[in-house]
Design a protein around this ligand. Structure first.
Ligand SMILES: Nc1ncnc2c1ncn2[C@@H]1O[C@H](COP(=O)(O)OP(=O)(O)O)[C@@H](O)[C@H]1O
Ligand SMILES: [Mg+2]
Length: 396
């Protein structure tokens, strides 16, 4: 990367699709919405595909709890945020349960096949429990948004997973599962003969069955063969589709941005994560380190130990509190506040240290931005916009 420090703002400028990856609970949804808002404020037709927004955030983005149709955020709402007026913000909620059904509906060659699949107990189980189904549906939905051509910035929030890589693996895992050979095998005549016959046939077969059983918990073979029988009819279109969305994830227009917290385990595994991502041709383009505990330099100045910090700060706090009418116990409150502050500083130092170690392990040219743990939740457009100076500004 030429021209000095890598910046997150350039990552957004140079890509049309931003996928916010990372394990759950770190602020992925908030970050995704904030990135999309930034695009909208800078003239782009921007959409955020969000997965599990907190209720108040969903309300202020205008996405209801039902359905997964895109909702435009009112232009007046953007206008109050120093927008140049040419961009738009749309939000959309991924409704996982509906999406599988939609997918089947879209690809089924006939109403009969569609109903047969939708009514199949194995299908219902699969669509709810298949590992990676939620991740896959996010990718699938991304493909739709890309194809419609209405957006020039698409920000994808990803489902809360344990590992940042789960999302990237979902399409491949689904393809492997719906492997053509397996599907063909199941629709061979005679397969419906029964479970026990099958298991004695050969090792591969019983291995496959066990695999399916493990993945789904469904053991009634009749349902399984029925399902694959119906699936075979819509599989051709489906496979092509999975390949198309996988290609979209690998497209140079797509950037993966990792959202992480400074206390996460993942921080120790950045080398692994980055190499796994580039192996999948989905290279990491940026990192948002969210909810950093801010260091207070004034406190840090020349006191070393926790006691010294407390000692230094306590008299000052007592002075301030002395003027208040806190039931005449300013000293006690001051000492509690002082020890709180000391604990906070310790966390802040830990956060800073881990973040620097993490930064050292990042591939060259991948920007890392830090967002502080703000005093209150982020639940409206103003709150999302308040993150911009940390995400895109000069604040490090
Ligand atoms: N930097 C921050 N400062 C304060 N609160 C934050 C920050 N980032 C996220 N939050 C809050 O944390 C909660 C979880 O955030 P969310 O984006 O839903 O996480 P995730 O999608 O990773 O589970 C939300 O209530 C959100 O408002
Ligand atoms: Mg979320």
């Amino acid at each position: 990367m030429s021209g000095g420090e890598a910046r997150l703002v350039d990552v957004l400028d140079r890509h049309r699709i931003i996928v916010c990856a990372g394990s759950g609970g770190v602020g992925k949804t908030t970050t995704a919405a904030s990135l999309a808002l930034w695009g909208a404020l800078h003239g782009r037709r921007s959409i955020v595909l969000t997965i599990d927004p907190a209720r108040r955030l969903a309300d202020s983005l205008g996405v209801g709890p039902i359905g997964n149709t895109p909702c435009g955020v009112a232009p007046e709402a953007l206008g109050s945020l120093r927008s140049d007026g040419s961009g738009t913000l749309t939000a959309m909620m991924l409704d996982q349960k509906g999406s599988w059904d939609e997918l089947v509906t879209r690809h089924a060659p006939s109403r009969e096949v569609r109903d047969k699949i939708l009514d199949n107990a194995f299908y219902r189980q699969l669509s709810q429990s298949f590992a990676g189904s939620q991740e896959y549906m996010a990718v699938e939905q991304l493909g739709e948004l890309d194809a419609c051509g209405e957006y020039d910035l698409i920000v994808v929030d990803t489902p809360p997973t344990q590992h940042a890589l789960d999302f990237l693996e979902a399409p491949d895992r689904l393809l492997a599962f719906l492997d053509r050979k397996i599907v063909r095998w199941f629709v061979r005549p005679g397969v419906t003969a029964g479970w026990s016959t099958l298991q004695t046939m050969n090792k591969t077969v019983s291995f496959l069955l066990r695999k399916i059983e493990d993945a789904t918990g469904v053991v009634a073979l009749g349902q399984v063969t029925d399902f694959f029988g119906s699936m075979a009819e819509l599989f051709d279109g489906f496979e092509a589709r999975v390949e198309r969305v996988t290609a979209l994830l690998r497209d140079p227009q797509t950037a993966f941005v990792l959202v992480a917290g400074p206390d996460e385990q993942i921080l120790g595994q950045v080398d692994y994560l980055a190499s796994q991502m580039s192996e999948r041709h989905m290279p990491l383009k940026g990192v948002v380190m969210n909810r950093m505990h801010a260091l207070l330099p004034a406190v840090e100045a020349d006191v070393r130990s926790a006691e010294a910090v407390a000692d230094a700060i306590e008299p000052r706090l007592r002075e301030v509190l002395g003027g208040s009418d806190d039931e005449g116990r300013p000293a006690e409150v001051a000492s509690q506040l002082a020890s709180n502050l000391v604990a906070w500083q310790a966390r802040a130092r830990g956060d800073a240290l881990r973040t620097e170690l993490f930064r050292g392990g990042l591939p060259e040219g991948v920007p890392l931005v830090q967002v502080p743990d703000l005093p209150s939740d982020i639940h409206d457009l103003g709150g999302l916009a308040s993150l911009h100076r940390f995400l895109f500004g000069t604040v490090d």
